[in-house]
Design a protein around this ligand. Structure first.
Ligand SMILES: Cc1cc2nc3c(=O)[nH]c(=O)nc-3n(C[C@H](O)[C@H](O)[C@H](O)COP(=O)(O)O)c2cc1C
Length: 185
């Protein structure tokens, strides 16, 4: 039995909080969330099911030192993790953004993480409908869906808890099938 691994990037802490909420909802099924800037790529291989979270910074960019972030993050991690073997692993993504102020790049940072995980052989789950959001463009949109759960704590904070619960219910069977049988609180 392995637990679900939760890794996140963050600049101002919102994505960390979301990751903690996710871990709490998953109870014993998940490990405590870890900042992606604290791990080596191989550390992800300890998990057969992964939830990866990121804010979008700059203009549709991954968080990191070159995109206005205060610390290393996904921007530095992904090149190091190129070619990691994620085959057989199930990966779900969540992204934080601001659809009002950054509506031309809403949660776009999901795209490079998605493309990296896919290129590494992972099975991606947890796409989320764009209905209910008001944005102009997103590199993370494909056929009416985001590549993962989109969260906007600036303009739709009241929708976060129900979105999280619905998304978890949607992805949990696939995550648990990969991670093995565990008890969810
Ligand atoms: C300088 C800056 C640039 C941003 N650019 C984007 C963007 O391109 N797209 C987007 O959806 N959100 C953008 N945001 C909003 C952040 O993604 C949002 O505030 C998020 O909740 C931050 O999460 P964190 O607290 O984990 O860093 C930007 C925020 C800042 C401060």
């Amino acid at each position: 039995m392995s637990r679900i691994g939760i890794f996140f990037g963050t600049d101002t802490g919102r994505t960390r909080r979301l990751a903690k909420d996710l871990a709490k909802a998953l109870g014993d099924a998940a490990e405590s969330p870890v900042n992606i800037n604290k791990v080596a790529p191989e550390d992800l291989l300890a998990f057969d099911a992964l939830i990866l979270g990121t804010p979008t910074l700059g203009e549709g960019a991954l968080p990191g030192l070159d995109t206005g972030g205060s610390m290393e993050s996904w921007l530095e991690f992904l090149p190091r993790a190129a070619g990691l073997d994620l085959s057989g692993k199930v990966v779900a993504l969540f992204g934080l953004g601001d659809q009002d102020k950054y509506g031309e790049h809403f949660v776009s940072a999901l795209r490079p993480i998605h493309d990296w995980a896919q290129a590494c052989g992972a099975t991606l789950v947890g796409r989320w409908p764009v209905d209910g959001y008001d944005f102009i463009e997103s590199e993370a949109e494909e056929a009416g869906e985001f590549l993962g759960l989109a969260i906007d704590q600036h303009n739709q904070a009241h929708l976060t808890a129900p979105r999280l619960a619905e998304w978890l219910a949607q992805i949990l069977p696939a995550l648990l099938a990969a991670a093995g049988p565990v008890t969810v609180e």
